[in-house]
Design a protein around this ligand. Structure first.
Ligand SMILES: Nc1nc2c(ncn2[C@@H]2O[C@H](COP(=O)(O)OP(=O)(O)OP(=O)(O)O)[C@@H](O)[C@H]2O)c(=O)[nH]1
Ligand SMILES: [Ca+2]
Length: 497
């Protein structure tokens, strides 16, 4: 029989050994975990940035994107960290004073200078992409459009970023990059999942883009865009309808109603009681309607409303041409469109308008949606103004038209039915990043989406750290347990009293 004291006396060295082993073990764990954390920490703290200016027909917006530096060419982790709406109209509206187009961007650009860390400025790419407003100006007056670009170019070069140029996107690019954005943000591309279609409604043009399994691009090749992304091939159908953005579509309906040059019109797309005097010269100052200008007309007309959804729908339908189609099937204006397939994300004005009208829930049957809109359109203008005192006058006056245009474009134009309407989701953003072409455009120009699936590490960094920590702790516990014979209490012999 030996007591603890006796044991200690028998193994006088065992306690210091246990202490040393414990200290070494703790140091080993701390070292292992520290190395694992440090190995990953500095990398995850470094971010890269990209800036895209969306020079739309109605306004310009600036977006700042951010991604972890080590993931440049790998996982879908590019996020929008900031956006800034440029005050004033789109750059195409500065045709008669191009300098002002450049100046208008200054405020948002200065915000970007403060938002992007200084040491990253010189390596941050800056892009400006112009869409339908500049496309129209280019058609109307190409020298004015060049002057606007020159002014914008000069203004953007003043900033410390890596300016990559300002240019007009083709309608095909606009549609395709919008599609890339929504599917990238939904993490569908990297995972090779079924993709979502994209519906973008701007002020001057509208885009539809989707993958349809029975479409191989051979019928109407100009509507086909091929991508190989993360090892998957996509054959995308896309089309951009110039003049079918909601502002130009409204112009077309007004042109339709003022063909004979009247002094006033009673417009079913505007509320009963609405009345405003408008200028003919402004209405027809767009290539979308300029050829329809009445020969003889006064300088102004009185635009009054009568709030009738069904009559409004008839006028809206008249701006679409359904008479000819040289393909197996068409949407409108003789443009080929394959069979609609899959869920669709509808953004920009689709969202602004349907959100205001509280009609973003597409599980409400289409017929009921139309009834609700008809009821809204029939509400007198005085009541609408009282109900929404804080909504911008121009937007408020146009929601009846805009809602009617959206439903008509979707159903009559693109052939969505009561069955396929619920496949549409009206969205503004996905995981904090706005839906639109800008992110897809930047991902493409920075080669951020590889054609082939990258060799991904078997574990993400966080998983790696956790596993190393767990193994280290287990090893240490095992080690301590293996030292059990030297533990003081284990060395105690049973005592007989
Ligand atoms: N109701 C409402 N309408 C908006 C809002 N922002 C923009 N709009 C309008 O919605 C329409 C489409 O806006 P955007 O998607 O920004 O259009 P854009 O990019 O300027 O035009 P495109 O060059 O044709 O793409 C325009 O008529 C805008 O005036 C908003 O916050 N609320
Ligand atoms: Ca746009």
């Amino acid at each position: 029989m030996s007591t603890q004291r006796e044991m200690k006396e028998k193994n006088p060295w065992h306690r210091p050994v246990t202490i040393i082993i414990t200290v070494i073990g703790v140091i080993a764990i701390v070292a292992l975990v520290t190395v694992a954390v440090l190995q990953n920490w500095p990398l995850s703290q470094k971010y890269k940035y990209g800036i895209v200016l969306d020079a739309g027909s109605s306004h310009t917006a600036l977006y700042i994107y951010e991604w972890p530096a080590e993931k440049d060419n790998n996982t879908g982790r590019v996020e929008q960290t900031h956006s800034c709406t440029v005050k004033g109209p789109g750059i195409s509206s500065y045709a008669s004073a191009p300098q002002k187009a450049g100046e208008s961007l200054t405020e948002c650009m200065q915000e970007a200078v403060h938002r992007v860390p200084k040491k990253r400025h010189h390596e941050t790419p800056l892009y400006l992409g112009a869409t339908a407003g500049m496309r129209l100006l280019n058609v109307q007056n190409s020298s004015a459009s060049n002057k606007v670009f020159q002014a914008v170019d000069e203004a953007l070069r003043e900033f410390p970023f890596a300016f990559q140029g300002a240019r007009i996107l083709s309608g095909q690019e606009e549609g395709a990059f919008g599609w890339v954005t929504v599917n990238y943000l939904d993490d569908r591309l990297r995972q090779g999942l079924e993709t979502n279609g994209a519906l973008d409604l701007g002020g001057a043009s509208t885009q539809i883009s989707f993958v349809s399994s029975n479409y191989d691009g051979s019928e109407s090749p100009s509507n086909s865009v091929n991508f190989r992304l993360y090892g998957n091939d996509y054959n995308l159908y896309t089309h951009s309808f110039l003049c079918y953005g909601k502002d130009q579509a409204l112009r077309m309906t007004l042109a339709q109603q003022t063909r004979s040059g009247p002094t006033s019109i009673l417009d079913p797309c505007f509320h009963d009681g609405y009345s405003e005097t408008k200028e003919y010269s402004k209405l027809y100052d767009s290539p979308c309607v300029s050829d329809r200008k009445p020969q003889e007309a006064p300088s102004t007309y009185i635009h009054t409303g009568k709030g009738n959804f069904h009559q409004c729908q008839e006028i809206v339908k008249s701006v679409f041409n359904f008479t000819h189609c040289q393909y197996s099937q068409c949407s409108f204006n003789g443009i080929f469109q394959p069979h609609l397939q899959g869920p669709f994300g509808a953004f920009s004005a689709y969202y602004f308008v349907m959100n205001f009208l509280k009609l973003t829930n597409t599980s409400i049957p289409l017929e009921q949606v139309k009834e609700k809109l008809a009821h809204y359109c029939a509400t007198p203008w005085t009541q609408i103004q009282k109900q929404y005192p804080n909504v911008k006058h121009k937007y408020l006056a146009e929601y009846c038209f805009s809602g009617t245009y959206i439903l008509t474009l979707l159903t009559e134009g693109y052939n969505f039915t009561s069955e396929s309407y619920p496949n549409i989701k009206f969205i503004k953003e996905i995981k904090g990043s706005d839906a639109g072409w800008t992110l897809g455009y930047m991902l493409n120009l920075t080669n951020m989406i590889p054609a082939e699936a990258p060799d991904s590490p078997p574990l993400p960094h966080a998983g790696y750290i956790s596993i190393v920590t767990v193994i280290a702790v287990l090893l240490f516990v095992l080690f301590i347990l293996s030292m059990r014979p030297f533990w003081p209490q284990c060395s105690k012999e049973p005592q007989i009293i």
